[in-house]
Design a protein around this ligand. Structure first.
Ligand code: FES
Length: 577
């Protein structure tokens, strides 16, 4: 009995003939004919959920994918998995990324699919699906929701979520009144689709296209644009070809492809979360992306994309300008062109047509005249972060990139919420705000709380940025001089846990240093007294997470889901290999 289509992975009843007969009987209950059931099966993972506004358009999009599968000669079978809608999850969606990856991986393996179209979009969904695809080893391609188009309020163009934070900051400082903030609230997210700035969703969409796991052009098409439907339909047809050729994700997501993706992440001013997610996906294939890889690539990769929060434009403008094709063409001399993609072509074949930079647009710059000579990220080391920390320098204030200041410490998120706006808080604009216990285990789930708010009394004086450090993450849509992903985190005994208010801290981004300026003797005495804050869970997924979650520099995956490391990338690979 052939091991594909409806005969693939039969249910164990001890009699294969019976298993196939029973499966067919129940499949026929869905109305399929014998002819339908003889076709290759393309699973369509639809993560539509009414708790996921970003995926609001997925019913229509799934129909387009399925139409494409029928056209390609396959049998499309749609099924759900967990969906993660960023603002709807407590304590943070990141806690559930690995759960979604497990759910997706297991359903890809357990159900009879010859290839799969993974429909994701909102921040953690695409990384989870890529991790699942890598581990399941089934031919897969991604279709993302696409970005929202921008809204406006009283004549001002608005985009989630950079403008969400900017206006909220103004409201906190008392410069925007209640009716105005409510009016803005109604216009920040005006359509289906993902956040329309270079947040995590846009970053992961661009990274996925670069990896070769999405059809060309799919990253930037707005969710409500008709091109999105045409792209979904073409993806359905492509999935049938992928099934026929049996091209599995590990043939596409190679070390060279991850280097390409990391480079693009830097050239687009991508979210710091993208570093964690890309590291996690690569880890599923035994490829370790060292923090230094991102730092070294950043030094030699220009910032090309003029998109908020680093620049001015929004994703719909990026699409109109030409989308990822422009970024990839500009970076072509630095990319590994022999990487296979889901079309069956290599990246080099994709980029082989004549290219001239379109001068009529100012969204994508040329490699010769980039927006910045270097990429957006830097990796810090020092006694506070021996396993690394990340700063998005393209979103930081130049005058704070080299700064020494007094620590103002918050023990955890509750402490932060309780005291940050206290008029008696001993803080000034030169201080460094420190948040502890917000890492993968400490919070738990490493929430996007690294964007510590400016204390209200300083915000009211016009202070717009301060150095802020934590073991948390930050939304890719945020802006400021913010050090994130400190590893090891405070909750597992990292030095961050020993910092006290009044300590001096030195940040020097050019020198890649984050240092707690407290002598060893004092630290040793503090360490003796210190009891790391341990989060415990008696049962369930949280217990598994707490026992297994890895630190930020390893991608925050669950340790038992990763195969042994076979390749470590600390810098660019030789070209042509
Ligand atoms: Fe879904 Fe921003 S909330 S992408």
């Amino acid at each position: 009995m052939a091991d594909h289509g409806m005969s693939k992975g039969l249910t164990n009843y001890g009699d294969k003939g019976f298993s196939r007969y029973l499966r067919t009987a129940f499949a026929k209950a869905m109305g399929y004919t014998d002819e339908d059931l003889s076709k290759p099966i393309v699973g369509v993972v639809n993560t539509y959920s009414e708790f996921n506004a970003c995926h609001r358009g997925f019913k229509e999009l799934a129909e387009a994918v399925k139409r494409g599968v029928w056209q390609g000669g396959g049998l499309p079978i749609e099924f759900p998995t967990i969906s993660l809608g960023e603002p709807f999850l407590h304590p943070t969606s990141m806690l559930f990324r690995n759960l979604m990856a497990m759910d997706t991986e297991e359903m890809l393996r357990a159900q009879p699919v010859d290839a799969v179209v993974l429909m994701g979009g909102c921040d953690k969904t695409v990384p989870a699906q890529l991790m699942a695809a890598a581990s399941a080893g089934i031919p897969a391609l991604c279709v993302v929701a696409g970005p929202m188009i921008t809204g406006s309020y009283q004549g001002e163009r608005l985009g989630a979520c950079t403008d969400c934070r900017r206006f909220w900051g103004e409201h906190r400082a008392g410069r925007i009144d209640e009716p105005t903030i409510r009016g803005i609230e109604s216009n920040l997210a005006p359509t289906a689709g993902t956040c329309m700035v270079m947040g995590t969703a846009s970053t992961m969409a661009c990274v996925t296209e670069t990896l070769g796991m999405m059809l060309p052009g799919g990253a930037a098409i707005p969710a409500v644009h008709a091109d999105r439907i045409r792209h979904a339909e073409e993806s359905g047809r492509a999935a049938c070809r992928l099934a026929a050729r049996g091209i599995t994700p590990e043939r596409i997501m190679t070390a060279q492809a991850f280097e390409n993706a990391a480079r693009v992440l830097l050239a687009i001013g991508g979210s710091t979360n993208g570093v964690i997610h890309l590291t996690a996906v690569a880890g599923r294939l035994g490829i370790a992306l060292a923090p230094e890889l991102f730092d070294r690539l950043s030094e030699e990769t220009p910032l090309l994309l003029n998109l908020k929060p680093s620049g001015q434009h929004y994703m719909e403008d990026f699409h109109k300008a030409g989308g990822m094709e422009l970024i990839l063409q500009e970076l072509k001399p630095k990319l590994h062109l022999n990487c296979l993609t889901v079309t069956g072509q290599t990246l080099g074949e994709r980029l082989s047509r004549p290219y001239a930079h379109p001068d009529w647009q100012d969204v994508v710059a040329t490699a010769q005249e980039p927006l910045q000579e270097k990429g957006g990220l830097a990796v810090l080391r020092g006694n506070l972060c021996p396993d690394g920390a990340v700063i998005k320098r393209s979103a930081a204030s130049p005058k704070l990139m080299r700064h020494e200041g007094r620590a103002v410490v918050f023990e955890d998120l509750e402490d932060l919420a309780r005291r940050i706006d206290d008029p008696n808080l001993d803080v000034n604009a030169e201080d460094i705000l420190v948040l502890k216990n917000a890492g993968p285990r400490g919070a738990p789930g490493m929430p996007e709380s690294g964007y510590l708010p400016i204390p209200k009394k300083l915000a009211a004086q016009g202070v717009k940025d301060m150095v802020r450090i934590s073991d948390a993450r930050m939304s890719g849509t945020a802006f400021g001089t913010i050090v994130l992903h400190i590893a090891p985190e405070a909750a597992i005994g990292g030095l961050l846990g020993l910092v006290q208010s009044g300590d001096r801290i030195r940040l020097d981004v050019d020198a890649r240093v984050l240092q707690l300026l407290v002598d060893e003797q004092t630290l040793a005495a503090r360490r003796k007294q210190h009891v790391p804050r341990v989060t415990e869970a008696p049962r369930g997924y949280l217990k598994l997470h707490l026992e297994q979650v890895q630190q930020a520099h390893l991608g925050c995956d669950l340790a038992f889901l990763r195969p042994p490391v076979t390749q470590i990338l600390t810098g660019p690979l030789p070209r042509g290999k």
